[in-house]
Design a protein around this ligand. Structure first.
Ligand code: FIX
Ligand code: ZN
Length: 406
């Protein structure tokens, strides 16, 4: 007699492939790190074709081929910049890069001409949209159930909006980004106490899901600098007391070419042992960690095997290319099972959710399918329920687990 579990086993390769794709595409994901804001944040909410085309990933690429100086480019209006990026990367050249292919995916989803000679059709389409309905539509297409914003408590524009007691869309969670604190604080004892009180207050009012900090490749722990004091005397005690996870994004070299503005940052290989020491010294703090250098990815997996308070997440920024996402996700499956968060979008413009998740889901589905196929070859078939369990854990379970203790 065939038991019910046996009847569900996916022992044919084509069935397995179809089920993995279906489940990966239909499971909602929590996007654990974005730079998005809901429409209530007015001009901070970026959407539409001109914002999409002036994304810093694309301006950096366009300025390699367009014959304009940085000064000329930045003195142009946003629409003129977008026109130039379109002409340079999509008309005069073939859009092979990941960021350019992202634009193609977005245009295609909305039935817009991906070979258009100019942006008139796309502009007419986006300006006909009501942003509130459009946002719902984008979340549906991308199948994103929630996003985490990046909130700078020292940003005046943001602060004014928060203080005007706007109601924030429930799908948007806040996070407390501490880069400007770490880069500017002078560390008199009185300042440390004031900063602590400021953070306590911000956390109480805005209910962030985590605190976050980006770090350069030479980040060390312990260190002999102001950042070390801030970590030990302010940030880590705050994380502990509020039971708030700490997100560390390591390996960014800011402003390598300041003329490129937002697009001017680069990366460097960092020292993963600094994260190991943090995890060892603060076992009560949960860390979400991503590294920007491809060379750090394997070491991060090994560190996560040693410390259960360390959750690797995402393929950040210059790693968010199909070939590298594929490699990293596979490496993580092999070393960590399902105990990691495969991707975050880092979206700055609403519609980027569509392409970033479409492209990421494809790589995650391929890697998962290969893992299950290997299991099948070795004598163990899988059921659709088990695939759903795994994908739910990757897409939301691990993150919820990390931030639930509050
Ligand atoms: O520090 C960050 O959160 C980075 O993601 C950004 O600063 C960066 O500009 C970006 O958007 C990368 O995707
Ligand atoms: Zn980011």
């Amino acid at each position: 007699m065939v038991t019910s579990i046996e009847s569900q086993l996916l022992s044919r390769t084509t069935e397995l492939r179809a089920q993995v794709e279906l489940i990966v595409n239909s499971t909602p994901v929590i996007d654990v790190h974005t730079h998005l804001f809901p429409p209530a944040f007015n001009e901070l909410c970026l959407w539409g074709i001109d914002e999409l085309l002036t994304y810093h990933y694309l301006t950096a690429e366009a300025l390699r081929s367009a014959r304009v100086s940085y000064d000329q480019f930045w003195s142009m209006s946003k629409t003129a910049q977008a026109d130039l990026v379109w002409k340079t990367l999509f008309v005069d050249n073939t859009p092979t890069s990941e960021a350019a292919q992202g634009i193609i995916s977005v245009l295609d989803v909305f039935g817009l001409d991906t070979r258009a000679p100019d942006l008139s059709e796309a502009r007419a389409f986006f300006s006909s949209r009501n942003i509130v309905e459009h946002q719902d539509h984008v979340f549906d297409i991308a199948n994103v159930s929630g996003v985490v914003m990046t909130n700078d408590p020292f940003d005046d524009a943001e602060d004014q909006l928060w203080s005007s007691s706007i109601s924030v869309d429930r799908r948007f969670s806040s996070s407390l980004r501490l880069d400007s604190l770490v880069n500017t604080a002078d560390l008199a004892v009185s300042t440390i106490m004031r900063v602590r009180a400021f953070l306590d207050n911000w956390i109480q009012r805005r209910n962030p899901v985590y605190m976050a900090l980006s770090l350069p490749p030479d980040f060390n722990f312990p260190g002999e600098d102001a950042r070390d004091r801030l970590l030990r005397e302010v940030i880590l005690p705050t994380a502990k007391e509020h039971r708030l996870a700490l997100t560390l994004m390591v390996g960014v070299r800011r402003g390598v070419n300041p003329q490129l503005r937002d697009a001017g940052d680069a990366l460097g290989r960092a020292d993963v042992t600094a994260i190991e020491r943090l995890c060892a010294e603060y076992p009560d703090v949960k860390f979400l960690v991503t590294f920007l250098s491809r060379e750090n990815q394997h070491e991060l997996c090994v560190a996560a095997r040693k410390f259960s308070n360390l959750m690797p997440f995402g393929c950040w920024w210059f790693l968010n290319n199909p070939s590298i996402v594929s490699e990293i996700v596979r490496e993580r499956f092999e070393l960590l099972g399902q105990s990691f968060i495969p991707q975050h979008s880092d979206a700055r413009v609403l519609e980027q959710l569509i392409y970033k998740w479409k492209h990421a889901r494809r790589q995650i589905a391929d890697a998962l399918y290969d893992s299950y196929q290997q299991l099948l070859d070795r004598g163990r078939a899988i059921t659709p329920e088990e695939i759903s369990r795994d994908v739910n854990r990757l897409f939301s379970g691990n993150f919820n687990e990390w931030v639930k203790s509050r």
